[in-house]
Design a protein around this ligand. Structure first.
Ligand SMILES: [Zn+2]
Length: 278
């Protein structure tokens, strides 16, 4: 390159930086640093973000999501490498939670073996749900904030667990909201309907929404589903009705939110319920 060429290039670069000052936000995080929480990250477009050593999807605009699971460790390491070669690392201190654990011992050992047909259904259902959870679209709807899909009495909290005769059962991976049969269920955030199923063994009429980057939500036990797979839904739009389909003792909505298969606490995402339920 000639000296003139180099000078001209320098001038162009200088003008470039002068005219378009880059607002650097190498690493900015929103959300609660607590087990079950969702963090929304903002970084410079083109950056590579790793969370505890695993690379995380970053949108063209520099958005990313970090999911803090029920048993997330006390420290989570986030590292950002920007396109100019600089790196930023931050150790996030994660607040530990106490979960509602019920130990019930001395239960009679009654073995109700599910039929072969039931087992097949249970397997098919979990494969369908797992397939949705394994997918990561380019949507960035997860960053738009979440609202409660309905108002009602919280009849089940995130993370609770029963230990029956010393055998730990799977922790509750969402929240339960009790409400009359037929109560409208609204999309808590924008997204695309990723799954509808008319009769899953445990969860009955089941709906899943993809909010992007692996963040998905699930709605179970509904009496009706009012949207179709592949349909774009907007926050506040009615997606179904409360019911008691599948294995449910009464009408309620089970609402779950996961980042891939890491269950998060929907109550942390949605905040206080409006209208408040006495
Ligand atoms: Zn539930």
């Amino acid at each position: 390159m000639t000296r003139l060429g180099a000078t001209a290039l320098a001038a162009v670069l200088l003008i470039g930086t002068t005219v378009f000052p880059a607002v650097s936000q190498t690493l900015r995080l929103e959300g609660p640093l607590i087990q079950g929480g969702l963090l929304i990250g903002h970084t410079d477009p083109g950056s590579v973000v790793t969370v505890d050593g695993t690379e995380t999807q970053v949108s063209r605009g520099g958005l990313f999501a970090i999911g803090l699971g029920r048993d997330a460790p006390s420290t989570v390491k986030v590292r950002v490498a920007t396109t100019d070669g600089s790196t930023t690392a931050r150790d996030l201190k994660i607040e530990r939670r106490r979960y509602d654990i019920q130990r019930i011992d001395g239960l009679p050992k009654k073995q109700v073996a599910p039929s072969a047909e039931d087992l097949k259904r249970i397997g098919d259902d979990s494969r369908r749900i797992a397939a949705v959870r394994a997918d990561a679209s380019a949507l960035t709807d997860f960053a738009g904030g979440f609202a409660w899909p309905l108002a009602g009495r919280l009849s089940g909290v995130f993370g609770s667990q029963r230990i029956l005769n010393g055998e730990p059962r799977r922790p509750h991976a969402g929240v339960d909201v009790a409400a009359p049969q037929g109560t409208p269920v609204k999309a808590p955030a924008d997204g695309v309907v990723a799954l509808t199923h008319g009769d899953m063994f445990f969860t009955g009429k089941t709906l899943m929404i993809d909010h992007g980057h692996g963040l998905n939500s699930v709605y179970a036990h509904m009496s009706a589903i009012e949207v179709e797979q592949g349909q774009r839904v907007l926050k506040g739009q009615i997606i179904g009705r409360v019911g008691a389909t599948g294995r449910a003792t009464g009408p309620h909505l089970h609402w779950g939110v996961s980042l891939f298969d890491i269950a998060l606490d929907p109550a942390l995402l949605a905040g206080s319920m409006t209208p408040p339920v006495p």
